[in-house]
Design a protein around this ligand. Sequence first.
Ligand SMILES: *Cc1c(COP(=O)(O)O)cnc(C)c1O
Length: 386
Amino acid sequence: MTIAFIDLAAQQSRIKPALDAAIARVLAHGAYVMGPEVGALERALAEFSGAKFGVSCANGTDAIALPLMAWDIGAGDAVFCPSFTFAATAEVVPWTLAEPVFVDILPDTYNLDPQKLEAAIVAVKAEGRLTPKAVIAVDLFGQPADYPAISAICQRHGLKLIADSAQGFGCTLNGQHPGHWADVTTTSFFPAKPLGCYGDGGAVLTDDADLAERMDSLRVHGKAVKSDIAGRTFDHDPKYLNMRIGMNSRLDTIQAAILIEKLSLFAEEIVLRNQVADRYAAGFAGSAAKAPTVIEGGVSTWAQYTIEHPDRDGLAAHLKSQSIPTAVYYPVPMHMQSAYSHYPQGAGGLPVTEAKAGKVISLPMHPYLDAATQDQIIEAVRGFNG
Ligand SMILES: *Cc1c(COP(=O)(O)O)cnc(C)c1O
């Protein structure tokens, strides 16, 4: 039997009749774009994460772009983010003509280092070329960034804070979701994410009603929303009034219908993922494989189970020879990619990021990883001496 890196079939088999019925309902009502399931999902996502408003969109990349656009971030502005992340985190910044400033990570959690973040903000202000506007913190591999420290820095410097929780949607710190500290939380429903659909999708969560309304406008070509129309009269349908430059970034109704069913399992799946993670950690105790560290008070959703090994490539080959799939997230940090290498970096560069890129390796992780298979993986890792 082949070992799955992420087993989506096991989850599907649990809720197949409900999924089939949900998809059939959409086919029957025919509102394929912005149908009733979209609003229902947005309310359910907001409730799940303790936010007031949810705005869905076409993918987790657009989800990060929407708040930047809604805040009018643009040319001459600086947006601080980690380099040890998926491309989308940094990619959306140049879309707005602003510049990403890459900041190093903490060695134990792989998330933004608050001290280095503050130093980078101070340096950009002192240089005077760019105006600091926002920070994008990433909940890498599923665990929350250090939001109490990062949000305090953002408040001191008057910056907006985005939680890129594409991998960490559902994670908590001291019982609170990232949106407790961040102005917006963004997520992705790419199939392999902890809460995934059967295609592309994304969402933004916020407590800010005006921001939610502007993002609702931006995702549909800058359409006129309530506050744009209030007190005005029209001799045409205001639906075709475009108040701002937006984009076409809607979540398909079918995907929303699928996500409503998957969300009903999600809290339980986070518990199951944590059981798998605990089992791995116990299995790697005293071995050359360094199990991950979660921030004190944090609950990870374990998008990835990422260990460090001094002979990472040797271990990957060894596991492959035993038909155990692995992946490396991320072999080339963003600041070392040719399209991004000219953007500014925090003072002192990114030595932790660069060191980690050579050591990390992610193992099979999903809520339905059975004990026998997991033991086989643990044994194979422990059996490799490098
Ligand atoms: C997957 C991911 C995204 C982008 O999500 P898409 O839905 O693929 O656009 C953004 N940030 C991080 C950290 C991700 O892992």
